[in-house]
Design a protein around this ligand. Structure first.
Ligand code: FAD
Length: 432
């Protein structure tokens, strides 16, 4: 059983500093009943709740801390189709046809985010267009990637050679790139808060400070106990991800929390803002993956690193500054005003788990580092399944809650990260 305290405050991120969060919502108390209960108030849980509420299904959502207190309120904010696992691997595992359907679902998720923002919170949209860039020469790979996006999936994607790329992004670290005009980036905390408000305005309930401690089945119903309240529902959807911390054993045993870090600089002086195009998002293709964008006031939001060590490094500021100046030496001397870490939830197979585990019991989790579109996709799939027996979620049935291997599994994943990061460094050194 989880013994973690509940947090009434958001971590001190730039999103929280510029967010619209109000007073905490009330906690679950007494005995409550509802058609569908949801545990976890990140984008996975909120997306299930809003999709059901729009289909006129009564919902109640329990969040241990605050809405989007976990990864959903701290992420890079990049929204693109696709998954944490690359499409070639998905095609090899599921076959070309299923992979194509999965990609289309992932795009439906991205489009749903865009539409939600248009309807509920237009000012959450912070920019359009995303560059994927390589830190070593990879022309053939990047051309093939752009071609596959265009020809197989019907996306817009443009290959950029070294000269064109360095014209746009003023770093000698980059060699080849793909520009995806349909990618966009958002203020993820304000987006999540807008979803929560809309769920409530449609008659759903969102409880904060309501950590689920225990779940059990009684007859045809599921009951979740928070210690001060109980929620009994016909269907229960668990969306606790990397922050599960022992509440629901099948998730804690399978979803490995993986940390990544973000820093936000002071507003850049005018002479440095031209280092990258305003309004776009940029991510490199490396394992540790730097991802960054200019945000309001001309600050640079920079994310990166990936590690199974959950606590942030002591010198997080120095670590992030090193990553930034490695790409843009001119940033030496620029101060960072915000720094934070977040936990992503990864299964061994690197794909989301969206499925019915038992009659009336669902999970929508393990979105890894590609959760902004796929959590929305999970919401659509689960809501369609509950309301009209739709079975599109079965395209993901290969991806289950499989044990991550405990401490040995964690060590093996970390060793893989180190190995892949070493390979990246070798390729970069050769390029230099
Ligand atoms: C720093 C960072 C950068 C990222 N950048 C991007 C990006 O640019 N693009 C992208 O697509 N993805 C990105 N991701 C990934 C994306 O943020 C996640 O995949 C997504 O937010 C997962 O949503 P979730 O709801 O599954 O998990 P979370 O947002 O972590 O939500 C889980 C929630 O469950 C709650 N909870 C846990 N246990 C209980 C319990 N017992 N009872 C009640 N509630 C409980 C937690 O408090 C938490 O709020 C990033 C992630 C991080 C950390």
């Amino acid at each position: 059983m989880s013994t973690l305290p509940t947090e009434a405050e958001y971590p001190p991120t730039w999103y929280a500093a510029t967010g619209r969060q109000g007073e905490p919502r009330s906690a679950l108390s007494g005995e409550q009943r509802c058609r569908v209960g949801i545990v976890g108030g990140g984008l996975a849980g909120l997306s299930v709740a809003i999709e059901l509420a729009r289909r006129e299904v009564p919902v109640m959502l329990l969040e241990a801390n605050r809405v989007a207190w976990g990864a959903s309120g701290r992420n890079g904010g990049f929204v693109t189709p696709g998954f944490a696992l690359d499409m070639d691997a998905i095609a090899a595992e599921c076959g070309e046809e299923t992979a194509a359907r999965l990609y289309a679902l992932s795009r439906e998720g991205a489009e749903r985010v865009r539409e939600n923002i248009r309807q509920l919170a237009p000012d959450c949209l912070m920019g359009e267009g995303k560059y994927a860039v390589s830190r070593y020469p990879a022309a053939a790979e990047m051309q093939a990637h752009a071609r596959e996006l265009r020809e197989v999936h019907g996306d817009r994607a443009e290959y950029l050679d070294t000269a064109a790329l360095r014209e746009a992004i003023r770093s000698t670290r980059y060699f080849d790139g793909v520009f995806k005009p349909d990618g966009f980036h958002i203020h993820p905390l304000n987006y999540s808060l807008a979803l929560a408000d809309e769920i409530e305005s449609l008659g759903g309930r969102v409880y904060e400070g309501s950590r689920a401690l225990r779940v059990f089945r009684a007859g045809d119903a599921w009951t979740v106990d928070t210690g001060v309240g109980r929620l009994t529902c016909e269907e229960l959807v668990i969306c606790t991800s990397g922050y599960d911390a022992g509440f629901y054993a099948p998730i804690s045993r399978s979803v490995l929390p993986v940390a990544t870090h973000v820093a936000v600089t002071e507003p850049l002086p005018d002479n440095l803002r031209g280092l990258l195009p305003a309004g776009v998002a940029i991510a490199d293709t490396g394992m540790a993956c730097d991802y960054y964008r200019l945000v309001d006031e001309g600050r640079l939001l920079w994310g990166g690193k990936i590690t199974t060590v959950k606590t942030p490094p002591q010198q997080l500021d120095a670590v992030m500054k090193r990553a930034m100046t490695d790409v843009f030496p001119a940033l030496e001397g620029v101060r960072t005003d915000y720094r934070w870490s977040g936990l992503m939830g990864y299964c061994r197979h690197r794909m989301p788990v969206i499925r019915r585990l038992e009659p009336g019991l669902w999970v929508s989790t393990a979105f890894g580092g590609h959760g902004l579109n796929t959590t929305a996709m999970g919401g659509i799939l689960v809501a369609d399944a509950i309301t009209r027996g739709d079975e599109r979620w079965r395209d993901l049935s290969r991806y289950d809650l499989a044990w991550h291997g405990g401490p040995v599994g964690r060590a093996a994943v970390q060793a893989t990260y180190w190995w892949m990061q070493a390979v990246d460094r070798y390729r970069e050194a050769r390029a230099a």
